[in-house]
Design a protein. Structure first.
Length: 443
């Protein structure tokens, strides 16, 4: 009898034993922590489980050691404005939106060192009915963690075009319709509410200001922030006055003025410039140098490289009546970003990647860093925008966005230092998600 009791006691005890926590010491790297300070040279990062346990020089080992002499560690990127699922090959349409396609694209973002993304208002019911959003957001699925703005608010017979897989949006005809629609959306617990207010180059009807104001009011009543697609300075002024929380694209028609800068700063408006979107609008006509870069090509959907490389496509862009306007809009966006950042307004990384085949997922996030430097930010400032600031925009900065003790170990290990040249964020040696290496990069 005693033998039986002893055996059962041993069995119970053995089931209570937890498996040992995996650990690794990243030794002797240059560490960019995302807080904006100078890189820390010859520094160790200890990872225990999914967490950064210690940072310093000559940390005691006792765990497997990875020698990273000559390498640079930075936080994984966070993109606060993307789209997933509807893009496939050279098309963007509703039938592309499948679980497999979404997971494939989340994996692509992770390959490029992007650990978290915010999908801005073009998700579809399947994401929520089968728990895909929740599983991804909590890190239970491979690839970047997906945060969602649910179904955005557009304009009846207006923007954004329903044919681009944007047919699940709310399109209120009047402000009176907004409360019930917002009530339904709030049940999905979106990270933000997205709305499209402008006229897409005077090609479509604009959103009624009474409706956009009602969207802001009702979202705030549910404790949800609002992000807006916009283009014009006047719309930005009106929306900031109405209480907008995020401007999800650059102001591109005019240079921003002091009054709006002060208002944005006072009301804690977040600015997501999506500079890469504005460059994509015209740059393929110039056959940019990176079009032959393997790092760029790896991000493309099948058929897109042939499309954008063709003389027919490039001539179409160059002869478009919008060509000169798009180039001017890009230059205005650069100037406005520099002034907005200098004013102390929170700027966060976002690209609108995945909304169209030419807005490539993963590469766009690295191009965005380069364009921010072109606008006048330093490489360290651009990296902070793409890590710490973007985490703040998504309100996930308690866990992500910086390399600090206690934060989740989402890291990119680079072969070269991006402080010397921002393009070195593309020299990816490996990507870590929750303390585990998940990719060697897109190549």
């Amino acid at each position: 009898m005693k033998k039986i009791l002893l055996a059962s006691t041993l069995f119970i005890a053995s089931t209570d034993i937890k498996p040992p926590t995996t650990a690794v010491l990243l030794r002797n790297a240059t560490v960019i922590d995302g807080n904006g300070g100078a890189p820390m040279e010859y520094t160790d990062v200890l990872i225990q489980g999914d967490t950064i346990a210690a940072i310093g020089r000559n940390l005691p080992a006792g765990v497997p050691v990875l020698n990273l002499t000559g390498k640079t560690i930075m936080p994984a990127l966070i993109s606060a404005h993307v789209h997933v699922g509807t893009l496939k090959d050279t098309t963007t349409k509703p039938e592309n939106y499948t679980r497999a396609n979404i997971l494939r694209q989340l994996k692509r973002y992770a390959d490029y060192g992007v650990g978290n993304i915010l999908v801005m208002g073009t998700d579809r019911p399947m994401l929520f009915t089968n728990g895909l959003r929740d599983s991804s957001e909590s890190g239970k699925l491979p690839g970047a963690r997906l945060h969602s703005a649910g179904y955005g608010f557009g304009v009846p017979q207006g923007g954004p075009p329903a044919s681009f897989g944007m047919d699940q949006l709310y399109r209120p005809n009047s402000a009176a319709e907004v409360p019930a629609q917002m009530e339904a959306l709030a049940k999905l617990h979106p990270t933000v509410v997205k709305m499209w207010v402008d006229d897409f180059g005077k090609k479509l009807p604009k959103m009624d200001p009474a409706i956009s104001k009602a969207i802001i009011t009702e979202a705030h009543r549910h404790g949800i922030r609002v992000a807006s697609h916009l283009y014009y300075l006047d719309d930005a002024k009106r929306l900031v006055n109405d209480g907008i929380d995020m401007i999800a694209h650059s102001i591109r028609d005019k240079d921003i003025d002091e009054d709006l800068l002060k208002a944005m700063k006072a009301r804690n408006v977040t600015y997501i410039p999506t500079l890469s979107l504005d460059e994509y609008a015209y740059i393929y006509a110039r056959f940019p140098s990176w079009i032959d870069d393997a790092f760029f090509k790896a991000s493309l959907e099948p058929g897109v490289l042939a499309m954008i490389s063709s003389q027919t496509y490039q001539l179409k862009i160059k002869t478009s009546p919008d060509y000169a306007k798009n180039m001017a809009a890009f230059e205005t966006a650069l100037r406005n970003l520099k002034r907005i950042y200098a004013a102390g307004i929170l700027v966060a990384l976002g690209t609108d990647s995945g909304a169209q085949p030419i807005r490539t997922q993963g590469f766009s996030e690295h191009l965005e860093l380069e364009l921010m430097v072109q606008a006048g930010l330093t490489p360290l400032q651009a990296i902070t925008v793409g890590t710490k600031n973007a985490a703040r925009a998504l309100r996930i900065n308690k866990w992500y966005g910086t390399i600090e003790k206690g934060k989740t170990a989402d890291l990119i290990i680079l072969n070269s230092n991006p402080v010397i040249n921002i393009k070195n964020t593309r020299s990816i040696l490996s990507v870590y998600k929750s303390g585990k290496e998940v990719s060697k990069g897109p190549l």
